[in-house]
Design a protein around this ligand. Structure first.
Ligand code: SF4
Length: 389
């Protein structure tokens, strides 16, 4: 199982620290030197590209509940497999930047709508049929136009080819090209059946800790999070074991640094096992709502030990609140702006920002240079609407 291969690689070739990322990946931290045997082990477990050129272009995000979500309009996985196959197989597409990101949303209740994507597609119902609405360079909201579902693969290929036709070598992202060509002119020549929008795309949720009904009758999926996105080899092996024992043996990573175990029948027994592994299974636990970057413990840029400080903050907050602790302005732990951000100023001290649509970056500066006790007191006094993502 892939989780066991990652556990072994982290143990044998690094310090044993594995982090869940906000792109629904795992990263092994602290690898020293190059280790061909490590890569061989991971590739043998199917955790790599088919060809070396194909690695960078697999940046396709699906809902973590793809194919099992009761709200989905269609199962995105076969279309995603077809797109990934073309991304790996068509040499020209290897010119795309590693950061070029595509989102395919099947209408599931769970979806990451806060990350900006170069191309996003979202299932829509138009006149009783399923279409794929899409937009360029941004987050799902209003679809620019739509294509019939069966043309989804052709649309993605046509958009990628047109991007490569128009982009200069320095223009690596869709937003760069759209500075010169309007979105309407970009899509006008695409060889697909276009229905012009705008079409509204429904808002998706992001809370997936706990037990949720599945599309498949009698089955549920269970979401759990390692505290602050950090796993270790025993936890990964434990997850592999309980996935086999209670589910179908698969684990799905989410962009909220958590994991979903699908096809479960006995959720209460599984939840006890997950808790015994040290995983958080309820969003009402303060630690489950906190995110923190690597911080000064593992990053030279970090001005404070954000992960240790987050653990302390969790014990000080009276209720669960969505707070992001960042060791510097790079904001590695969050691609979106959290309702509240603590930006490190020195060890154990932070500036507090509150999300404000009218202000760039982390939002409005609320207080400077707070220690964690002062920060928790101020956070606890915020109105509840500022607690939620
Ligand atoms: S946000 Fe800054 S301190 Fe934190 S991991 Fe990123 S670069 Fe390092």
């Amino acid at each position: 199982m892939q989780a066991r291969a990652v556990a072994e690689a982290a143990e044998r070739f690094a310090g044993g620290v594995v982090e869940a990322t906000n792109r629904a990946n795992l990263q092994i931290r602290g690898i020293t030197g190059s280790h061909p045997a490590m890569l061989e082990g991971l590739l043998a477990a199917g955790l790599g590209p088919r060809s070396s050129g194909g690695d960078d272009v697999r940046n396709l995000m699906l809902s973590p509940s793809a194919g099992i979500d009761p709200q989905m309009l269609f199962d995105t996985r076969p279309l995603a497999a077809q797109i990934l196959d073309s991304l790996q197989g068509r040499e020209r597409l290897h010119e795309l930047s590693a950061k070029f990101a595509v989102l395919l949303d099947g209408g599931e209740a769970l979806a990451m709508h806060e990350h900006a994507h170069d191309l996003w597609l979202a299932a829509l119902q138009l006149d009783g049929d399923i279409w794929l609405g899409f937009g360029l360079a941004g987050c799902p909201g209003q679809a620019l136009a739509a294509v019939p579902l069966h043309q989804g693969h052709d649309l993605v290929m046509a958009v990628l080819e047109r991007f490569l036709d128009l982009a200069s070598p320095e223009q690596t992202r869709m937003r760069h090209v759209l500075e010169q060509v309007s979105a309407e002119d970009f899509i006008a020549p695409l060889a697909v059946t276009l229905r012009l929008g705008p079409f509204p795309v429904r808002k998706a949720g992001s809370d997936c800790l706990g037990t949720y009904p599945q599309h498949q009758a009698g089955k549920v999926f269970v979401g759990a999070a390692p505290a602050l996105g950090r796993l270790d080899p025993p936890m990964l092996r434990g997850l592999a074991r309980v996935a086999e024992q209670y589910g179908d043996g698969t684990l799905r990573l989410t962009p909220w640094q958590s994991v979903i175990l699908p096809h479960v029948v006995d959720a209460p027994a599984l939840t006890l096992q997950l808790q015994a592994l040290g995983l958080l299974c309820s969003a009402s636990q303060p630690l489950a709502r906190l995110i923190a970057c690597t911080g000064s413990d593992g990053c030279k840029k970090g001005l404070a030990d954000t992960k240790a400080d987050a653990r302390l903050l969790a014990t000080l907050l009276p209720t669960a609140q969505a707070v992001h602790l960042s060791g510097c302005t790079r904001s590695c732990a969050a691609a979106h702006v959290a309702p509240a951000t603590l930006l490190a100023t020195s060890a154990g001290h932070y500036d507090l920002y509150l999300r404000d649509a009218g202000q760039p970056g982390f939002g409005a500066l609320r207080a400077r240079n707070l220690d964690l006790h002062a920060a928790s007191e101020l956070l606890a006094r915020l109105p509840t609407e500022q607690h939620h993502d």
